[in-house]
Ligand binder design. Structure first.
Ligand code: GLU
Length: 502
């Protein structure tokens, strides 16, 4: 690759970024970083009717949270800014005019009422109205009118748009890195509007002009833009500019059934479709997913490393990613897999980081949790994180480290509490009282020795002991629990159990 790699993510700020958009941004980021290139964020806000307050900031926050920040964009000016199309408004018109001059585009005066009429008329006949070579001379434009008539209309202040003049009887060979060569018969293309009556460019014109002016080397975007590729290539040809390389990423499909993943799928099946919360829609971040999880599962939606490896850090992705291994066909979204990734990353997280995330939950649950120091909380977390998917699972998995059990699981009591259990537990208390080194390993050695010496069975001791410490037959290694809650509390819990269960 001789040219410097410059890629862009070009969202329209019409609402929160869907995770499909985050995936597009991620693939651009990975490609840029792998080639020591530049990742540009361009805000495509020429359609003021669809502009949503806060959406641009949301996009920026989402990229930052995922750890895939842009190099150039709003607030990070490079040499080819501004990076908001609304701030570039004045530069598009000259490009539309240049195409008119070259005979590649024309002025069209047809009113929206007239166009509506043609559309309905065609519909009634079971046809679709397309504005192009086969009817453009019958419509009201600078190709059907004389130069004077055209000028008169412009001078009279009539509304007009500038349309691209799609060529007739040509076969276009489009190149897509993921899809290979695509043949298009230009006769099926319509004469798309490039410049609107309100003085704003359309997406097509602004997008191509900006990709050119911003020296974009590779356009990596979603499959939904593939139908625009022919026009974009024709625009590059008309301007006599080198086109960037194109790669259209496969759609992200619903977990079940046909069609692309939608917000409604998330609502129905209870998973987020946005990286961060937006109004009443919960985001991945707020639902307790780590950014590592989101990056990892998105990377594998449409790309495959060619090996069995499923766990990838961002750094590993930067070195492994390649557009050659992006699939053509849609990638099915699997909400269970996203949880599986979070389970993985929660285990990988440092205990102190998890303890910090757990503290606010402890505060909410029980004020006395305040008295547990960081070390204690970290040790609790280290014992239970294996069983958690989210930090929000921690309390349910660990409350007995912080509070003495109030109740004992009835089924477990019936099964484990035998007539002689009370007396065995009493003996155990006196054993524990004699132990000064209350470390898990020493406790295990001593208690097991006592069990052997007295020809007791392990089950007869360990299950009721767990029940009294935890309130149920769950939790990590019993001796780890004893060590962590300490001698005094352990004995207190066993005595309380004997008193209650007899
Ligand atoms: N503004 C378009 C969008 O919202 C950009 C498409 C492209 O990347 O060319 O996705």
């Amino acid at each position: 690759m001789n040219q410097k790699v410059r890629v862009r993510f070009a969202p329209s700020p019409t609402g929160p970024l869907h995770i499909g958009g985050v995936r597009t941004a991620l693939f651009n980021y990975l490609f840029a970083k792998q080639h020591d290139g530049v990742f540009v964020l361009r805000i495509e806000d020429t359609d003021q009717n669809r502009y949503v307050e806060g959406a641009e900031q949301y996009i920026i926050d989402a990229l930052n949270w995922c750890g895939i920040p842009f190099d150039e964009g709003p607030g990070k000016e490079g040499s080819v800014g501004p990076y908001r199309q609304s701030e570039r408004k004045s530069l598009y018109r000259q490009y539309a005019d240049a195409l008119v001059e070259k005979g590649k585009a024309y002025y069209a005066f047809d009113t929206s009422e007239r166009l509506d009429f043609h559309r309905k008329d065609h519909e009634a006949k079971g046809k679709t109205f397309i504005y192009n070579w086969h009817n453009r001379l019958k419509l009201v434009n600078s190709l059907s009118l004389s130069a004077e008539e055209t000028q008169q209309k412009i001078d009279a202040g009539e509304d007009y748009v500038i349309r691209f003049k799609s060529p007739k009887d040509e076969t276009l060979l489009l190149q897509d890195t993921i899809r290979g060569t695509i043949r298009i018969d230009t006769n099926i293309l319509d004469d798309k509007v490039l410049f609107k009556a309100d003085g704003m460019p359309t997406y097509h014109l602004a997008n191509v002009v900006d990709d050119h002016l911003m020296n974009i080397s590779h356009v990596i975007r979603g499959e939904e833009w593939l139908p625009s590729l022919a026009l974009h290539q024709l625009l590059y040809n008309a301007f006599e500019w080198n086109a960037p390389e194109f790669a259209h990423l496969p759609l992200i499909m619903k977990p079940v059934g046909k069609g692309k993943l939608s917000k409604r799928d998330g609502e129905k099946m209870g998973f987020p479709v946005f990286p961060l919360s937006w109004n009443e829609s919960q985001g991945y971040r707020e639902a307790g997913y780590f950014s590592e999880t989101v990056v990892n599962f998105l990377a594998l939606l449409g790309w495959n490393p060619g090996t069995e490896q499923e766990i990838f850090s961002l750094t590993e992705l930067i070195s492994s990613f390649s557009l050659d291994r992006v699939n053509k066909s849609g990638a099915r979204f699997d909400p269970d897999k996203t949880k599986w990734y979070n389970q993985h990353y929660i285990k990988e997280k440092a205990n102190d980081e998890l303890a910090d995330l757990f503290r606010p939950i402890l505060l909410e649950k029980d004020i006395s949790a305040l008295s547990f120091d960081n070390d204690f909380v970290e040790r609790v977390v280290s014992l239970i994180k294996e069983r958690a998917t989210f930090v929000s699972d921690f309390w349910q998995l660990s409350h007995y480290f912080f509070t003495t059990p109030e109740h004992y699981d009835e089924k477990a009591v019936r099964k484990q509490w035998k007539p002689d259990t009370g007396s065995i537990m009493n003996q155990l208390v006196s054993i524990l009282e004699d132990i000064t080194d209350f470390s898990s390993q020493n406790l295990e050695d001593r208690v097991k020795q006592w069990i052997t010496d007295n020809e007791l069975s392990l089950g007869k001791v360990m299950a009721p002991l767990r029940l009294l410490l935890v309130g149920a037959l769950q939790g990590p290694h019993v001796f780890d629990i004893l060590e962590l809650i300490g001698k005094e509390e352990s004995i207190k819990r066993i005595e309380k159990g004997i008193a209650e269960l007899g």
